[in-house]
Design a protein around this ligand. Structure first.
Ligand code: SF4
Length: 382
């Protein structure tokens, strides 16, 4: 049993910070690319069902923006997947600017039981700054419609470190999100991804000054925003179960938990990544190439990587340490036949001494005080 991820590579328009593979529907003239996508996806599902007998333990439809599809498109997508999800966590991402009662009814009818809503901020000024297609009122309305349709498992994504964001506007967004009562919250720091309009705007260049641009919070300011939010959400009853993720009891995202625990997952659609049986691959990040390969009866693979035992162990550790539950020494030994204390002896000795890591109840954990800088700390295991 593995998680299934389906990538929908369309958005109404691109946000200024986004490096995910998606095609802005504003640039799509006629239904060609959307039709190509559906034909490709149907062929990929057929090939995968033949090649990889596959039991699905969770479904995550992401993108892109699944709800950017017209109602008929959304229904067509869900009909293709219906073989795979009964009585499992089935999530669809959604953008507040694309939600309608009809689309929500379709999602619910076909078994989607969790919505992950990209809210990002409740400041209209900041939403505009980062190129979102919606305002704060649209988020409130989307949540109202989601609840009205009977969804009782809702995640809100929020971003911090945005241009022009200060502690106060961040706090207001977190507080407003809490007032909407989501079961789950994901908090992401803005990262300037090469090639995105926002990265270009703030990239250093000869003689370039940024004084005319909104202030971009530095690492310390981001850490301060993050820390404040962690304390606020924990006080409000959310468990901080992963670096960026918070959930009410029992509402952790099962799909992502499985991935962080090193379980296999299959990704379908252009740009989707899969890891099955120690092999990782990525599908072509181009609708035309994706469609063409599948029309030729081939899988649309772009990169294939055979993970060595050592790479799998290190990845297991790095992902596991992002979880507040950490990594079970026992489970690690069962999976790899070796004690992780023997494999990473030197790094562990240093970090245990510095109290960045601890071993309690047979689990290796990251000290919660250093969780925001987890990535830098975990690099040492590489
Ligand atoms: S809606 Fe999501 S996937 Fe689409 S451009 Fe914005 S951040 Fe990227």
């Amino acid at each position: 049993m593995s998680g299934l991820y389906v990538h929908v590579p369309f958005c109404l328009q691109k946000c200024a910070y986004c490096a995910f593979y998606s095609v802005p529907l504003a640039d799509v003239h006629g239904g060609g690319p959307v039709e190509d996508y559906f034909e490709g996806l149907a062929a990929e599902i057929r090939l995968r069902q033949q090649d990889t007998p596959f039991g699905v333990s969770s479904l995550f439809i992401g993108g892109g923006t699944p709800t950017a599809l017209a109602p008929e498109g959304l229904e067509r997508l869900l009909k293709m997947l219906v073989f795979s999800f009964e009585d499992i966590e089935a999530t669809s991402e959604a953008n507040p600017g694309t939600i309608t009662p009809e689309k929500l009814r379709i999602l619910r009818e076909y078994g989607i039981n969790r919505i992950s809503l990209g809210a990002q901020s409740f400041s209209d000024r900041l939403l505009k700054e980062i190129g979102r297609i919606h305002n704060a009122e649209a988020i409130r309305e989307a949540v109202r419609l989601i609840r009205l349709e009977g969804f009782n498992n809702l995640n809100l994504d929020l971003m911090f470190g945005l241009p022009g964001q200060d502690r106060k506007t961040w706090q207001e967004s977190v507080e407003e999100a809490l007032r909407l009562g989501p079961e789950h919250l994901s908090l992401y720091a803005l990262s300037l991804e090469a090639g995105t309009p926002l990265a270009t705007r703030y990239s250093p260049g000869q003689g370039k000054t940024f004084s005319h641009l909104p202030h971009l919070p530095d690492d310390d300011e981001q850490a301060d925003m993050y820390q404040w939010a962690v304390e606020c959400l924990v006080r409000a009853g959310y468990s901080h179960y992963e670096v960026s993720n918070f959930a009410l009891p029992g509402k952790e995202c099962r799909h992502n938990l499985e991935i962080w625990r090193g379980k296999d997952y299959l990704g379908l659609g252009p740009g989707a990544v899969s890891t099955l049986g120690g092999v990782r691959w990525k599908n072509a990040e181009d609708l035309a190439v994706y469609g063409q390969r599948l029309r030729n009866g081939e899988l649309p693979l772009m990169e294939v990587e055979h993970l060595s035992e050592r790479e799998r162990m290190t990845e297991r550790l790095l992902l596991g340490l992002r979880l507040s539950a950490g990594v079970s020494l026992e489970e690690f030994k069962q999976e790899f036949g070796q004690d992780l204390r023997d494999i990473y002896r030197d790094v562990l000795e240093t970090y245990l001494q510095q109290k960045l890591l601890s071993i309690e109840e047979n689990r290796l954990r990251l000290n919660p005080r250093y969780i925001f800088t987890a990535n830098a700390i975990l690099q040492a295991f590489l």
